[in-house]
Design a protein around this ligand. Structure first.
Ligand code: NAD
Length: 438
């Protein structure tokens, strides 16, 4: 099957590459010529484990190519995927559909025979119908159907998530489109991964509902963690005791500095906005957004309290700035709130992150980048763990403490314990939802 993938970002690139690995002929399109030039030169513009090897394999097999020429990619394609960004629109929280609609216009002009135009981007209910209208208006002769196929992959584990999904959701209006979609996902269907076929609106809704639910789960445990700190309970034990209940499940029950990333913040805001538009306020989601913002603010207070409120002239080493491990994505990362707050309070901030520097340099002005945790700790007054990269999980705490002017550790991912820190010589240790000492 011939597939065109419009948008070669975290979702479009991974999806395109995985479809080519299924055996389809895939052309990935992006309007950013630098991205396409890199891909054509065998380089990968994002960090995603396993992606480079999979690209190399499928390019060599002749099933995968890259172009800026949308019309050439769409010509003869049986399915055209839209995987462009849908960021928060400035000012009102709505999903910005400018890129989706611009892509739809371009696709309309380029269609040469029957194709299914599939929206993979996360879009509000009603968008697929709007895409259909835009295409029909721009090219009344176009022979096509639309389909909604929201994506659930997680950055950092994207290939495995795509190849072994919990489910694939496909929203369609007729059998013809359903058959094309079934053909595309046949390799997964044959391996018994469930394909949920729905109408367009339900597919669009599933994505927002799923993301808002996950953001709620994270926020709930963060709020419970804050209460644990007051009442003297230990959030790790509480999460374990809760998560073993099959109705609750143990995933997304790790307390931390608040959710971030390219999806949860914008998708919760968009869902809240959709609720307002339809006079059905999403009160839980609105509260989640508010509590998550408070959680981030509390992190800054935690660090400040650990340092007795005196940050002026102090050096703070921050370990991890990407929104989670195994990605270079900095969108809405907690570091983007916490690091500027530390600098604002007069601290000098040193940063180390295995993949974050390329994106982070522009986003975190005024920090000093170093390449390992021990260098970051040299004569520092505080160490803050913000992202739980594997290489920060087994640090030699004694060695770190010896290097610091004031051995103080804010472990905002609960990787270590007060006992570990005390033994290693840290004079202060703060974490989330557990007993600390300052
Ligand atoms: P991204 O910003 O990484 O990539 C979007 C790409 O689309 C960019 O490279 C941009 O240049 C390109 N583009 C925009 N307009 C174009 C056009 N007209 N023609 C060709 N290329 C065009 O975005 P992303 O993180 O991959 O997200 C894409 C969509 O998938 C969003 O709706 C997002 O909510 C959704 N999603 C993302 C994730 C994730 O983990 N990142 C997971 C699930 C769903």
């Amino acid at each position: 099957m011939k597939i065109a993938m419009i948008g070669t970002g975290y979702v479009g690139l991974v999806s395109g590459v995985c479809f080519s690995d299924f055996g389809h002929d895939v052309v990935c399109v992006d309007k950013n010529p630098d991205k396409i030039a890199m891909l054509e030169a065998g380089e990968v513009p994002i960090f995603e484990p396993g992606l480079e090897a999979l690209i190399e394999k499928n390019v060599a097999a002749g099933r995968l190519s890259f172009t800026t020429d949308l019309a050439a990619a769409v010509d003869g394609a049986e399915a055209v995927f839209i995987a462009v960004g849908t960021p928060t629109r400035r000012g009102d929280g709505h999903a910005d559909l400018t890129y989706v609609m611009a892509a739809a216009e371009e696709i309309a002009q380029a269609l040469t025979g029957y194709a299914v135009v599939v929206t993979k981007s996360t879009v509000p209910v009603g968008t697929n119908r709007q895409v259909k209208q835009v295409i029909s208006r721009a090219n009344p002769k176009a022979e096509f159907d639309v389909a909604s196929n929201p994506e659930f992959l997680r950055e950092g584990a994207a290939i495995d998530d795509f190849m072994r999904p919990d489910r694939v959701v496909v929203g369609v209006q007729n059998d013809r489109a359903a058959q094309v979609m079934a053909e595309i996902y046949r390799p997964l269907f044959l391996r018994d991964f469930p394909i949920v076929t729905t109408d367009l609106e339900s597919a669009e809704m599933i994505k927002y509902a799923a993301n808002a639910f996950l953001a709620t789960k994270i926020t709930f445990i963060n709020e419970i963690a804050a209460l644990c700190e007051r009442v003297g309970a230990d959030i790790k034990q509480v999460s374990k005791g809760m998560g073993l209940d099959g109705r609750i499940g143990n995933k997304f029950l790790h307390a931390g500095p608040g959710y971030g990333g390219s999806c949860f913040p914008k998708d919760t805001k968009a869902l809240a906005r959709i609720g307002q538009d339809y006079s059905m306020p999403m009160q839980i989601t609105e509260t989640v957004i508010k509590v998550n913002e408070e959680t981030r603010r509390r992190m800054v207070e935690k660090i400040m309290d650990m340092m007795d409120g005196h940050l002026a002239g102090k050096t703070v080493a921050v370990l991890g700035v990407t929104f989670k491990p195994n990605t270079d994505d900095m969108r809405e990362a907690p570091s983007l709130t916490i690091v500027p707050a530390l600098i604002g309070a007069g601290a000098r901030v040193r940063v180390v992150d295995p993949q974050g520097r390329r994106e982070g340099e522009a986003l975190l002005p005024g920090v000093q980048w170093v390449d390992d945790a021990y260098k970051a700790a040299q004569k520092a007054d505080a160490l803050v763990i913000l992202t739980e990269w594997n290489e920060f999980r087994a640090l030699d705490l004694k060695r770190l403490a010896r290097k610091m002017t004031t051995p103080a550790l804010a472990d905002l991912r609960n990787i270590y314990s007060a006992r570990d820190a005390k033994r290693a010589g840290f004079v202060h240790y703060v974490s989330i939802g557990r007993s600390d000492y300052t």
